[in-house]
Every structure is written in structure tokens, then in C-alpha cells.
Design a protein around this ligand. Structure first.
Ligand code: SF4
Length: 278
């Protein structure tokens, strides 16, 4: 299994050739995978959860900070931390209209309200500030928010990253923030998906910048601040590619997309059309 080339742009390929971590996660329930990636014309989910909305908002907020640092052509400093009051005020301006949450966002979790999610947003901001001070000061911004594509002999692997930086030793680090919690070690599937994601990052970076030492790191901002990290090696490359190729081959052979109920069903945007819930 060989990497042929890497690119920072997505090219067009049929579904059966494409591998992404979102597809791998979604295919835990084949019906959800069908709705998200196979059905044509592509259906629009009837709503988005507030968790998705708050995650997208936080990502674009942070992206803007690093774009400013990059445009000023300087290293990241302690003072680049988020102003929490401003973060909350920007969120309210964008998401609350006429005292209600703007569509298509919806609160799914019982016994929660918008204040609950604002408190969660404040937690992301505080954790991000701690992370920036501990891990990013004196790094230079290499790139902000980008697409990555790996062309292999059989399949195309795609992903997105939030930031790449160079540390004072000249090592390159690719960062991805998650507004979720770090996977619980008891949930092996979640850990495996994170490892695959980090592996994809590390492979892409290692082929794009072969002269540098490469690391891919996911930062979890909900609850207790946590990081999972992976350094590139040829054995990681083979492990990740072998797993992903087998996954794609198995999915390509599916003839029926049967729903698989799980604890994620209450959050699933396809629940209203899902045969398992009729
Ligand atoms: S509601 Fe549950 S079973 Fe139905 S598509 Fe979503 S995840 Fe699958």
C-alpha cells in the first residue's frame, strides 16, 4: 500500500474511492452512512444540533485569531488568548434572534437550555487559553484551516485540519481542536477512530514536508483539557492505510444499509426518517 501523492486540495472521485474519518464514523450505522453519502439527490438533514453549531462557531472564532497572527508575521504569544466575554457576546449575536435559537439549530438534550451551552462555550474558551499558553507560545503559524488529500494506489483519503505550526526546534505540528471530550478508554471504537485520524494527519504531513519531524495532535476542549498525539513513522503509515483500505472494501460490498441503533440515535439528524424508529 503506497502513497502516490499528497495535496492541499480535494479532487473529484466516485464515492467508492473516497475515505474520510467522518465516513468511517458514520458507517457505524450503515443507514446513517447511506443518508449522508450515498442517497441521491443528497437529502438535507431537517436540523443541526446546537453541539454542531457551537463547534463550528468556536472553530471559526479560533481560526480568525491565527489568521491575524499569521498576517502580522510574528510568533504566537501569551497575549493571543481568547477574550471570554467577547467570545460569548459574538456567539449570542450570531445564534440568538428574537430571543430564540436561530434555525436550523436545535437543542436535543433534555433539561438543557441556551445558558447551558453558553457555559459550555466558556469552558471551551478557558481550556483553549490554557492550551495556548502551555503548548503554542513561541510557535510560528505555518498554515490555518486547510484541506488535505492523500492519493494512494487504490483510494483517496481526505481530511481537514485546523492549524499547523512550527515549534522553536523546527518540528511541524498539525493541530485539530475538538469541542467534544477525549475518548473514554473503555470505548475502543472512539479511540481507534482518533488514532486513524492522527495517522492520516501524520502521513499527509510527512509526505508533504519530508525533511521535517512531524506530529499530529488532537486537542479536546470539553471537560478536562486533553491531547492525543501521534508522531509519523512508516509502521503507522502501513497500519492506518491497511485499516482504511479494508474498511472501504467492506463498505463497497454492502448491498443493504441497515440501521444500527446506538446511544447516538437521539442526536441523529436522520432519526425522523430512520426505519429503526418507525
Ligand atoms: S437514528 Fe440511529 S439507527 Fe437511525 S440512522 Fe440514526 S444512528 Fe442509525
Amino acid at each position: 500500500m503506497k502513497v502516490i501523492s499528497v495535496s492541499d486540495r480535494f479532487s473529484s472521485h466516485p464515492e467508492e474511492k473516497v475515505i474520510t474519518i467522518s465516513r468511517v464514523s458514520s458507517a457505524n450505522c450503515p443507514f446513517s452512512y447511506f443518508k449522508s453519502y450515498i442517497e441521491k439527490p443528497k437529502p438535507k438533514p431537517p436540523f443541526e444540533t446546537i453541539e454542531i453549531g457551537i463547534g463550528s462557531f468556536f472553530h471559526s472564532y479560533v481560526e480568525n485569531i491565527f489568521k491575524i497572527i499569521s498576517s502580522e508575521d510574528r510568533s504566537i504569544a501569551d497575549s493571543d488568548i481568547i477574550d471570554i466575554d467577547e467570545l460569548v457576546s459574538d456567539f449570542k449575536l450570531a445564534f440568538i434572534w428574537d430571543s430564540k435559537l436561530i434555525k436550523p439549530y436545535k437543542i436535543i438534550k433534555n433539561n438543557t437550555n441556551i445558558e447551558y451551552y453558553i457555559t459550555r462555550l466558556i469552558g471551551f474558551g478557558k481550556n483553549f487559553n490554557k492550551f495556548l499558553k502551555n503548548s503554542l507560545v513561541n510557535h510560528t503559524v505555518f498554515d490555518v484551516e486547510g484541506d488535505l488529500e492523500i492519493e494512494t494506489e487504490k483510494y483517496i483519503i481526505r481530511g481537514k485540519y485546523d492549524l499547523t505550526t512550527k515549534n522553536p526546534n523546527g518540528d511541524l505540528i498539525l493541530w485539530d481542536w475538538k469541542t467534544g471530550q477525549a475518548p473514554n478508554p473503555r470505548y475502543i471504537k472512539d479511540l481507534k477512530v482518533k488514532k486513524l485520524q492522527l495517522g492520516i494527519y501524520a502521513i499527509w504531513m510527512a509526505h508533504k514536508y519530508p525533511e521535517n519531524k512531524i506530529r499530529g495532535t488532537v486537542v479536546f476542549l470539553r471537560g478536562e483539557l486533553a491531547q492525543l498525539t501521534e508522531v509519523f513513522s512508516e509502521s503507522i503509515e502501513q497500519e492506518v492505510l491497511t485499516y482504511l483500505f479494508k474498511w472501504r472494501e467492506k463498505i463497497n460490498k454492502l448491498e443493504k444499509y441497515i440501521p444500527m441503533k446506538s446511544g447516538l440515535c437521539p442526536w441523529c439528524a436522520w432519526k425522523s426518517t430512520c426505519p429503526a424508529w418507525k
